[in-house]
Design a protein around this ligand. Structure first.
Ligand SMILES: Cc1ncc(COP(=O)(O)O)c(C=O)c1O
Length: 486
């Protein structure tokens, strides 16, 4: 198809994005495989602009989850320590996830039509701007954030989003309440900008001590409460709507770090009552099977307009004179600089794919894998598993453990070298929580950290994705048994 024909088809609204993708990629779309069926996923981004046909996502007939063929590179062989190869088993999804075929296809489909976002009169600029706007709507819908109340501003990853939110909300006197369960992205960001940061404690299993919220909010001085929706270490899902109610009763703004909830559980910013609504929410697309640098900040529109982010530049202003500035409204106010268009349209595709798989299916699958993995590890002598292994209903598919007398880094290296299993070792950018789980006090760490030969405490983390299988878990258990046996 020539450029002229392509333009013609677009103008007539007669060429679907799936069609463009197939044309561009020589038919690289996935075929339905044995045991799988084709199901249409609404392509609302495309519908909004060009009467597109829905892309066919392949779902597994038994589980309802996206078929493994919907993910890129799952069975890619990697080299083992002995020089042979084996298909990689990825249990490092908490860090980042492989890409969906649909996300990559969307990027490839849109590349020939790419133009500047929101700033030009060219046709490609118009098309891309429309796609970008449609992606916002998809993301808002996915996170249960009605456009009448909320605005989606695209950002980088959750770290970028949290830095922007804290930069906008923190004044010289702002008191922030967060927790000892947080990733550094939702802790150091506030330490950098708030007048005071308070922390809700965790119990010996790493669960938030919920009563602590009311205690810490009682003096009415807290201006912002910021809590993760799920932990990247324990997998606990937090009742952020109840926390939002307490925050609002105390006159604070409620911020939620959604990095670990987005691809694991259905999440809605709207609570059952307005008091339970989340005010700001951030997430990372690369933890949602769209690893192209996308992410978002969703906020209550009136709050987004009332707080000018400290992150500034072009695109957020109406008029700049020699001495002052008049600001645009959100989302522009929160999107200084040129956007990561492809990262964000990929994020929207990931939202559509996750919705097609269904969070009931995702949750059931993760719970089954988590139970199997925890039971398997419990049967291995010399293995310590952290957090609550008995009651796991409030956990996404993440677990941490250690093997007696084997450093976490060595366990991780042997899992990779011997079985092609990717996990993460260390403290997962959540040092205060990991210290607590392993039984170290702050005083011990402070006393030891500057001594020669100090090695930071560490554990091994297994974090699951929707494509992981029981066989993956069984291989993990077999591998850890071998390592623990010495
Ligand atoms: C709970 C949580 N919050 C925030 C982040 C930061 O995400 P990113 O590295 O994508 O900015 C992570 C990353 O692992 C996380 O697990």
């Amino acid at each position: 198809m020539t450029n002229a024909t392509r333009r013609e088809a677009l103008r007539a609204g007669g060429m679907s994005l799936a069609g463009i993708a197939a044309m561009l990629m020589g038919g690289c779309g996935q075929q339905a495989q044995g045991g799988a069926t084709e199901v249409a996923a609404a392509d609302s981004a495309a519908e909004a602009s060009a009467q597109a046909a829905p892309r066919q996502l392949v779902l597994d007939t038994d589980s309802g989850l996206l078929a493994r063929s919907e993910f890129i590179g799952l069975d890619e062989p990697v080299e083992l320590a002995d020089g042979t190869t084996a298909p990689a088993i990825n249990f490092d999804n908490g860090a980042t996830t492989p890409s969906l075929v649909s996300a990559l296809e969307e990027i490839q489909a849109q590349l020939p039509l790419y133009g500047s976002i929101g700033r030009g009169k060219g046709q490609k600029s118009g098309h891309s701007t429309e796609q970008f706007g449609a992606a916002r709507s998809v993301v808002l819908d996915f996170f249960g954030a009605p456009a009448s109340t909320y605005t989606c501003a695209f950002a980088g990853t959750a770290t970028d989003g949290l830095n922007k939110v804290s930069g906008a909300l923190c004044g010289p006197d702002t008191v922030v309440l967060t927790t000892r369960s947080e990733h550094h992205a939702n802790d150091l960001t506030w330490r950098a900008r708030a007048a005071e940061v308070r922390y809700v404690e965790v119990d010996e299993l790493g669960r938030l001590i919920m009563d602590d919220f009311a205690t810490q909010l009682a003096d009415g001085k807290v201006g912002v409460v910021s809590v993760q929706a799920a932990s990247n270490v324990t997998g606990y899902v937090h009742d952020v709507h109840s926390i939002a109610k307490l925050a609002h009763e105390a006159g604070a703004i409620m911020v939620v770090d959604g990095a670990q909830i987005a691809s694991h559980r259905a999440f809605s910013l709207k609570g059952e009552t307005e008091a339970e609504d989340v005010d700001f929410f951030v997430c990372s697309a690369h933890k949602m099977y769209a690893p192209f640098g996308g992410g978002c900040i969703i906020g209550k529109t009136e709050l987004m307009n009332a707080h000018v982010p400290a992150y500034r530049g072009g695109g957020m202003v109406d008029v700049v004179t020699d001495s002052d500035v008049t600001w645009l409204e959100a989302p522009d106010l929160w999107e200084a600089g040129s956007p990561n268009y492809f990262g964000q349209i990929a994020l929207a595709k990931a939202c559509e794919a996750l919705s097609a798989a269904g969070f009931d299916n995702i949750e059931a699958h993760e719970q089954a894998l988590l139970r199997r993995a925890l039971d398997g590890l419990a049967g291995i002598q010399g293995v310590t598993v952290y957090a609550d292994s008995n009651n796991i209903e409030d956990r996404v598919g993440v677990l941490t453990f250690n093997v007696d007398d084997v450093a976490a880094a060595d366990v991780a290296e042997r899992l990779a070298g011997g079985w092609a299993i990717a996990v993460r070792q260390g403290e997962f950018c959540a040092h205060p929580l990991c210290h607590r789980l392993m039984g170290y006090t702050d005083e011990q760490i402070v006393a030891e950290r500057d001594k020669p030969g100090f090695s930071a405490p560490a554990m091994v983390r297994v974090s699951m994705g929707m494509y992981n299988t029981e066989a993956d878990v069984d291989t993990l258990i077999e591998a850890v048994s071998t390592i623990a046996a010495g």
